[in-house]
Design a protein around this ligand. Structure first.
Ligand code: FE2
Length: 413
């Protein structure tokens, strides 16, 4: 499909809608924003690392300055569990929280989104799982207003209406949320996103790498998904190039503010892009793996790392379904594609991606991460449950997922 044909298609575009405050030092506005929103009590949802490192002070001090009463719930862990969401919602109700602030990586913000919704709606968080595309009418009451403050550059969840929560009944990941079904309808998107790149300066190199590749995966999935549209395409083309240029710098020198700013921008734009075009095959596999290998006693595999492991194989599998777009990805990743035939240009995207992964020194096989080969069929089965299976440009089946998992198990050099 060429650009003109894409422009002829009709499409909606919506991300919630969230006011974005982007820039170094913007967390200083937290107190003033909460005051303007007229909340009497704030519930801050975060993880223990934010307390230990003192990053939480970047929002607590501005809150104190405005004399805003706040309580902290800091039990979020990677790959957040439904049980933690239910506990957080009970606290939000008991404490009569007027605003929720989610501070941290994707896990904290996704938990905060789910808590803000569940505290204002009946039942279990599992009742709100989106099981069919566009089945977005489950949320009847407006969530407690949410302010999202990311401390990583990967998920972009501060910029959209999705939350991914682990279902502990079957250890799979649930998609919660969706676009508002009419203008002004209940929606779990944050009312405000405060994107302050200074909060990512101390992010360790491994997390910089894995979350940065997650941001790339959002753009790759969004750009090639069946529901991609001209606006999400523009966001993703712009951002893939940002990631290609700035992720290696942020990895090598975390104190480089320009690299941190550009990565935070690419991450935010990824959240907006995939909310309007969907994630696809890479995330079907990464979320399936994260359901089974997201919490002890099994090895905990970071979501972005899972994306990084699956990306080369899924890109290779998809490339001939849209060689123009895959050729564009190759070019945006810095590959020299000028004189090559179309199909060769498309396959070059895998070379560009591998170079990016090498530059940030991420592991390249499931085997090296402690995944058991005998678990691969169960991961493949969970991948088929994902609500985004049909968004992938090439048909995905259990056999396809298992074949990619077997390749990813051994990895690449
Ligand atoms: Fe992701």
């Amino acid at each position: 499909m060429n650009v003109i044909e894409r422009f002829r298609r009709s499409f909606p575009f919506n991300w919630g809608v969230t006011t974005i405050e982007f820039g170094a030092g913007k967390t200083q506005l937290t107190g003033k924003i909460v005051k303007a929103m007229k909340a009497k009590r704030v519930l801050v949802i975060t993880d223990p690392v934010m307390l230990k490192t003192g990053i939480i002070n970047s929002i607590m001090e501005p809150l104190k300055k405005e004399k805003i009463d706040s309580i902290i719930f800091s039990e979020v862990e990677p790959n957040p569990l439904d049980q933690i969401v239910e506990k957080g919602a009970a606290i939000a109700r008991a404490e009569k929280a007027g605003i929720i602030i989610g501070l941290g990586g994707g896990s904290s913000i996704d938990t905060a989104k789910a808590v803000s919704m569940l505290a204002a709606n009946p039942g279990s968080i599992r009742d709100y799982q989106i099981k069919e595309p566009f089945d977005f009418e489950k949320i009847k009451n407006h969530p407690i207003p949410l302010i999202a403050v990311p401390t990583t550059s990967g998920t972009g969840t501060e910029g959209n209406f999705w939350s991914i929560i682990t279902n502990t009944e079957n250890w799979s990941k649930m998609a919660i949320g969706g676009a508002p079904v009419f203008p002004g309808a209940p929606c779990i998107a944050a009312k405000v996103a405060i994107n302050d790149p200074l909060l990512t300066i101390s992010l360790p190199a491994f997390q910089t790498a894995s979350t940065g590749v997650d941001a790339f995966a959002h753009h790759y999935d969004a750009y090639t998904a069946n529901l991609s549209n001209p606006i999400s395409d523009a966001l993703s083309e712009y951002s893939i190039n940002l990631i290609q240029n700035y992720l290696p710098i942020a990895y090598a020198n975390g104190k480089d503010l320009e690299a941190r700013e550009m990565m935070m921008l690419a991450s935010l734009l990824g959240g907006i892009s995939f909310a309007n075009s969907d994630c696809s095959g890479v995330h079907c596999l990464a979320e399936a793996l994260g359901g089974m290998y997201g919490n002890p006693p099994k090895p905990v595999i970071a979501h972005g790392l899972a994306c990084s492991i699956f990306l080369p194989w899924m890109m290779e599998f998809n490339s001939m379904t849209d060689p123009v777009k895959h050729g564009n990805v190759a070019r945006l990743l810095g590959e020299n594609t000028g004189e090559l035939p179309l199909t060769d240009r498309a396959l070059k995207c895998v070379d560009g991606l591998k170079r990016l992964i090498r530059s940030v020194e991420l592991p390249r096989s499931l085997e090296s991460l402690g995944v058991k080969e005998g678990d691969l069929p169960a991961v493949a089965e969970r991948a088929t449950w994902n609500v985004s299976v049909e968004s992938n440009p090439r048909v995905l089946t259990y056999d396809v997922f298992l074949s990619i998992l077997k390749k990813a198990f051994k990895g690449w050099d």
